[in-house]
Design a binder for this molecule. Structure first.
Ligand code: AGP
Length: 604
């Protein structure tokens, strides 16, 4: 899940500083190594690349000083080939005239590498990417020009790719191609951009073209040419005006995007509910007619899907949450006409979730989705897609998109329940009041989280326990702690924890419990007692006036009364987000760029 940033200046101004900014804005997509290539006025190529984060590399290599009015850049999340300078992008062909950056995985790299080395090509890196410039170089020998060599090379590639390419003999063009991996074009006043995601160029323009699978072509000072491999010939793509503002992709005075995004949740939930109200009508009828309903997603979005399963069940609507990467094996053979699949994905580009909804479509099921990105693959490939109002999420750890996703699912089931004559007016009113109470939860628990992180930082393991609606919240809290603080936190159904996991519990072992005042309350207390009697250090997220759980706990995060229902995730998860954040910070880690992770997982 690398980040591609490319730019051509319509006024022949220097683009290197812009490409550097684009890569900075995309660093959430991968940050183990980076490189930039620019073509100078005299047609020379300047390529600078190495291992490290972009700021360090800029200092070392002087990215910002590179001279040229056209260039391509890349920030890497390694898939093929270890993290080293040789495997860092851009990559070139034998002549050095074809320069390529790539995001995705070329599955038939071995076969193509053999084809190329048998024809004398010197492949210097272990990456799948380097195959591309050599393949184009090989087909250029047929003398039919770059575009035809490019098309032929694309027709040989299997897997996923987003590409930006410079050909030195045509140095007023940047070629691009997209299959499976996301790629967008930005249309600025003074520049055109090619990038993996809109935040790359949002500070200069909000006009974007979202490329579709099979699209390829070039940007030049004479304009933008888009063809499609599958439809053949030129295609017209809509120019979208993105709602997001540049402030949304800046830290706004916060030390990290993650903390900013945690604090943005009152506004993002409010915007999401307003937008859901306008979009929901078309969806309810699908729920009614559905043979079976499946909620499919990955990571944090899967925990939102699991919340959906529990919330729907509260009103007698049967839905099954399925982990996207298990979809084929777990339910693939059951999917049939009449089934409704709801794909949940903040980026709208997660490969596992895309693969699941594509299988469902092939089996004639109807696909709906909840996503945060207009024009994303999941948005485009759904019959109906509900757009969340979270705004761009830059921190790799999802926070505001989790609460936005659960807000949409809650609103969906409450609307459905209302249409089926159930009295849910109170809960709909309470849902609309949530943004205010999220601010209260942040205000009243942030310092507590900071304090408690000083204790947790000394721990290697922890359990997060919940029951019913509380379980997805506990699972999400544990995921946050794992992914940014590298503390092995395991989310677990509280009742199930006595069937084995409790064996690990000893004096001081952190047990985070999500305690709702609903039918699970007494059983949660039993679980707490069982853990406490073995020395567990009990940290609870509870209602303010729940004195008996507070008494039972060594530490309590307090949330306003009246949310021990399907709205719970929107409040109870917040202290767990803050706890993970402050534990990461106190451990000296960068919460925005956790190791080994990237924001949108666009490969298998
Ligand atoms: C969550 O913090 C992670 N970034 C990751 O688990 C993420 O939720 C998952 O990759 C799904 O992403 P999506 O919502 O963009 O599909």
């Amino acid at each position: 899940m690398c980040g591609i940033g490319a730019c051509i200046s319509l006024l022949y101004e220097n683009v290197a500083p812009k490409i550097l900014r684009m890569l900075k804005n995309l660093e959430y997509r991968g940050y183990d190594s980076a490189g930039i290539a620019v073509v100078s006025a005299n047609g020379r190529i300047d390529i600078r690349k190495d291992v490290g984060k972009i700021d360090e590399l800029d200092e070392k290599l002087g990215f910002g000083e590179m001279q040229g009015a056209l260039g391509i850049g890349h920030t890497r999340w390694a898939t093929h080939g270890v993290v080293n300078k040789t495997n860092t992008h851009p990559h070139t062909d034998c002549t050095g005239k074809i320069i390529v950056v790539h995001n995705g995985i070329i599955e038939n790299m071995k076969e193509l590498k053999e084809f190329l080395t048998n024809r004398g090509h010197k492949i210097v890196s272990d990456t799948d990417t380097e195959i591309v410039p050599h393949l184009i170089e090989e087909f250029l020998k047929e003398g039919k020009g770059f575009m035809s060599a490019f098309e032929k090379a694309l027709s040989k590639l299997k897997g996923a790719y987003a590409l930006a390419i410079i050909f030195l003999e045509e140095r007023d063009r940047i070629y691009f191609a997209r299959f499976f991996s996301p790629l967008v074009i930005g249309i600025g006043e003074k520049e055109y951009y090619v990038a993996s995601d809109v935040p790359a160029f949002l500070e200069w323009t909000r006009k974007a073209i979202v490329l579709q699978d099979g699209d390829y072509g070039f940007i030049s000072r004479d304009g933008i040419v888009i063809n499609n491999l599958f439809t053949g010939g030129k295609v017209d793509r809509e120019i979208l005006v993105i709602e997001w503002t540049k402030e949304m992709v800046e830290k706004g005075g916060f030390p990290h995007f993650m903390l900013k995004e945690i604090h943005e949740q009152p506004q993002s939930v409010k915007r999401t509910l307003i937008m859901a109200e306008k979009q929901i009508d078309g969806v309810i009828s699908y729920l009614d007619q559905a043979r079976d309903i499946y909620l499919v997603a990955a990571g944090t979005s899967y925990y939102a899907a699991l919340h959906g399963q529990y919330a729907f069940a509260k009103y007698g609507l049967k839905a099954r949450a399925v982990i996207a990467s298990e979809f084929v094996e777990e339910v693939g053979s059951f999917i049939d006409e009449g089934d409704v699949i709801i794909g949940i994905s903040q980026s709208g580009e997660t490969a596992d979730t895309l693969r699941a909804i594509r299988l469902a479509k092939r089996r004639k099921a109807e696909v709906l989705s909840i996503t945060n990105v207009v024009g994303s693959s999941i948005y485009r490939e759904s019959l109906k897609s509900i757009i969340m109002g979270a705004g761009p999420e830059i921190g790799v750890a999802a926070t505001k998109t989790f609460t936005a996703q659960t807000a949409v699912l809650d609103y969906m089931v409450l609307k459905w329940a209302k249409e089926h004559g159930m009295d849910v007016e109170d809960l709909i009113k309470r849902l609309k009041k949530v943004p205010e109470d999220i601010s209260v939860v942040i205000k009243e628990n942030e310092n507590k989280a900071k304090e408690l992180s000083k204790i947790l930082t000394k721990k290697a393991n922890a359990y997060y326990l919940g029951r019913g609606i509380g379980l997805p919240i506990a699972l999400e809290g544990a995921l946050k702690m794992k992914e940014i603080a590298y503390l092995h936190a395991e989310g677990y159904p509280a009742g199930e924890s006595k069937h084995g996991p409790i064996a690990l519990v000893e004096e001081g072992f952190p047990i985070v419990t999500v305690v709702l005042r609903d039918e699970t309350y007494d059983k949660m207390h039993i679980a707490i007692e069982e853990m406490k009697s073995r020395g567990g250090y009990i940290i609870s997220v509870v209602e303010k006036n729940d004195s008996s759980t507070i008494r039972l706990s060594d530490y309590s995060f307090l949330v306003p009364v009246g949310y021990s229902n399907i709205i719970a995730p929107l409040l109870y998860v917040i202290p767990l987000q803050l706890l993970a954040y402050y534990t990461a910070v106190i451990r000296g880690y960068d919460p925005d760029k956790p190791r080994n992770l990237a924001k949108s997982v666009t490969v298998d």
